[in-house]
Design a protein. Structure first.
Length: 476
C-alpha cells in the first residue's frame, strides 16, 4: 500500500516517540516489545494491584480507513505480539480498510466501526499508543487536486470549518481518554489552516494540560536537520508546506500522557471503567480452539508447506464462536477486565480463519486465503493471482478490486476477457469508472490485434452511456 511521503510522518513520529521512551527507561528488560510500551507498569506507580502491564502493545488507529496508516503501523508491531485496532465510523470504509490490511499481509488486527468520539468512554485507558489522522479540509492536497481549495469560496465555509474543528477536538479528546498512562498520542491532518491544527491543539492543552498532558517536539522526534526544523516547526505543531518541501501539505502534533494508574486516569476523566453487561457478553460466547494443531496441519496440507504457525504466529490464541467460526484474537483475550470493554464493540474480532465443516473438518475462509496468498513469505501457497483478485473482489465488492482483475487481463492482452469482466461488473451493480474502461482498452491494445480501434470505439460509447468523461489516458 503506497502513500505520499508526508502522510507517512504521523506513524514515523509515533515510532520515534515510543522509541525515545524505551531508551529513556533503563528498567525495561523485554526488548522484544519495549518500543511500544509505557515506561513502567501502572501498578508500579500504584504500589501493586490488578493493573499489571500487558505483555504486548495495543495500538489504536482511530480514523483508519482506507488503511494507509494502519498498514504502515503493522510492521511496527511485528515481532512484539502486538495488536492493532483499526477503526472507522463508516461500514463501507471499514470493509475497504479490512481488505487492505489483509492484502498487506497484516494478521494481528481487529477492525471496529464506531464513532471515534465515543471510543474514550467505551475503552478508558486501554491503548498504549493512538493515532488520530482526523478528517479535515484537505488543503494539503492542493498541488494534485486544485479543487481542494474551492471550499474557501463557499458562503457556508466558516460554519463548516468550525464544525470540522469541533470534530477534530472531540476525536482528540476521545483518544486521550482511551490512552493508557505513559502512552503516546499523535494528531495529524492533511490541511494547513490553523483552525484545524493550532487551535485544536491549544484547546486540547487548555483541557488536559492541568492533568499532565505534554506536547512533544515532533521535529526533534523525527531528528530533522536544524534548518528544516526551524522551517517546519510552528509553535506546538509541525507543518509541511508544499511549496517549501515539494510535497503534499501536512500538519501534525504529538502528546505524551503522564504515568499514573489506569484507574486513576479513568476516574480523573469521569469515565466508568467497569464494562457494561452488553460489552462483557461477547467474550463469554467464545472459547479456545481445542484442536488448533489439527487446524494448522490441515492448513499446511491444503496450501502448501507454509509453516503457518511460524509465519502468522497466533495459532495459540484462536477462539471459536457458537456458530463454529474460528477467529484470531489478541493473546490475552480472556485475561483481565480491560479487553471486555472492547470485545463487545468489534465488528470482526480478528481474522476469521475457518469454519467447522462436517464432523471433524475445517473450511478455510476467503479472508485467510487472501492473507496467506499475499504474504511474501508464503508465496508457494497454491493460490493464483487471478484467484486472489477474485477473492478480493468478493470481499470488498469495490471498483478498485474489479479494476485489478481487468488489469491482469490487460497484461496478457486478453481484450475479450477484460470486456467480459466489465459486463460482470455492471451486472453485479458495481459501476465501472474511467480506469475500468481505459484498462479494458489497454487489454486490446496490448497485442495490437485487428479490431482494436473498433473495440475502443465500442467501449468509449458504453462509457459515455454510463455518464463517464474519458480522460487523456483513455484516448492515448
Amino acid at each position: 500500500y503506497s502513500q505520499e511521503v508526508t502522510s507517512m510522518l504521523p506513524v514515523e513520529a509515533l515510532r520515534a516517540a515510543l522509541d525515545a521512551r524505551r531508551k529513556a527507561d533503563k528498567s525495561t528488560t523485554n526488548r522484544r516489545h519495549a518500543a511500544l510500551l509505557p515506561r513502567h507498569p501502572p501498578a508500579a506507580v500504584a504500589g501493586g494491584g490488578s493493573e499489571a502491564q500487558r505483555p504486548y502493545p495495543l495500538v489504536l488507529d482511530l480514523c483508519a480507513a482506507p488503511g494507509s496508516k494502519s498498514t504502515q503501523l503493522a510492521p511496527l508491531l511485528a515481532g512484539t505480539s502486538g495488536w492493532l485496532v483499526a477503526n472507522d465510523s463508516s461500514p463501507e470504509r471499514v470493509r475497504k480498510l479490512r481488505l487492505n490490511l489483509l492484502r498487506a499481509g497484516v494478521s494481528s488486527f481487529t477492525t471496529t466501526c464506531i464513532d471515534g468520539r465515543k471510543f474514550g468512554k467505551l475503552t478508558p485507558a486501554l491503548f498504549d499508543a493512538i493515532l488520530v489522522d482526523a478528517p479535515c479540509s484537505a488543503e494539503g492536497n492542493a498541488r494534485k487536486h486544485l479543487t481542494s481549495l474551492d471550499h474557501w469560496d463557499v458562503p457556508e465555509h466558516s460554519k463548516a470549518l468550525r464544525a470540522r474543528s469541533r470534530l477534530s477536538f472531540d476525536l482528540l479528546e476521545s483518544a486521550w481518554l482511551a490512552l493508557r498512562p505513559g502512552g503516546t498520542l499523535i494528531y495529524s491532518t492533511c490541511t494547513l489552516n490553523r483552525f484545524e491544527n493550532e487551535d485544536v491543539v491549544e484547546q486540547f492543552m487548555r483541557r488536559f494540560g492541568a492533568q499532565g498532558a505534554r506536547v512533544l517536539d515532533v521535529g526533534e522526534l523525527l531528528r530533522l536537520p536544524e534548518a528544516l526544523r526551524r522551517e517546519a516547526s510552528q509553535g506546538q505543531v509541525l507543518r509541511i508546506w508544499p511549496h517549501d518541501f515539494d510535497t503534499e501539505g501536512f500538519t501534525l502534533a504529538a502528546f505524551a500522557k503522564p504515568d499514573v494508574p489506569a484507574s486513576a486516569a479513568a476516574a480523573a476523566a469521569g469515565v466508568q471503567q467497569r464494562p457494561s453487561q452488553e460489552q462483557q457478553r461477547p467474550s463469554q460466547d467464545l472459547a479456545p480452539v481445542v484442536d488448533a494443531d489439527k487446524l494448522r496441519l490441515e492448513a499446511e496440507a491444503q496450501f502448501g508447506h507454509l509453516h503457518v504457525s511460524e509465519q502468522l504466529g497466533w495459532w495459540s490464541s484462536l477462539v471459536e464462536d457458537p456458530q463454529g467460526a474460528i477467529w484470531s484474537v489478541p493473546p490475552e483475550w480472556f485475561q483481565g477486565n480491560e479487553w471486555r470493554a472492547l470485545v463487545g464493540l468489534v465488528e470482526h474480532r480478528g481474522v476469521q480463519i475457518a469454519k467447522r465443516s462436517g464432523e471433524a473438518g475445517f473450511e478455510f475462509t476467503e479472508e485467510f486465503r487472501l492473507l496467506i496468498g499475499t504474504r511474501k513469505s508464503t508465496s508457494e501457497a497454491n493460490i493464483s493471482a487471478n484467484n486472489l483478485l477474485a477473492i478480493a473482489a468478493r470481499l470488498e465488492g469495490s471498483v478498485g478490486a474489479w479494476n485489478a482483475k481487468i488489469d491482469v487481463c490487460a497484461t496478457r492482452g486478453a481484450g475479450k476477457d477484460a470486456e467480459q469482466l466489465l459486463r460482470k461488473m455492471r451486472s453485479s451493480r458495481v459501476s465501472p469508472d474511467v480506469v475500468s474502461y481505459t484498462t479494458a482498452i489497454k487489454a486490446y491494445a496490448k497485442k495490437g490485434t485487428a479490431g482494436v480501434v473498433q473495440a475502443a470505439e465500442r467501449l468509449l460509447e458504453i462509457a459515455r452511456q454510463d455518464g463517464l468523461k474519458p480522460d487523456m489516458a483513455f484516448f492515448n
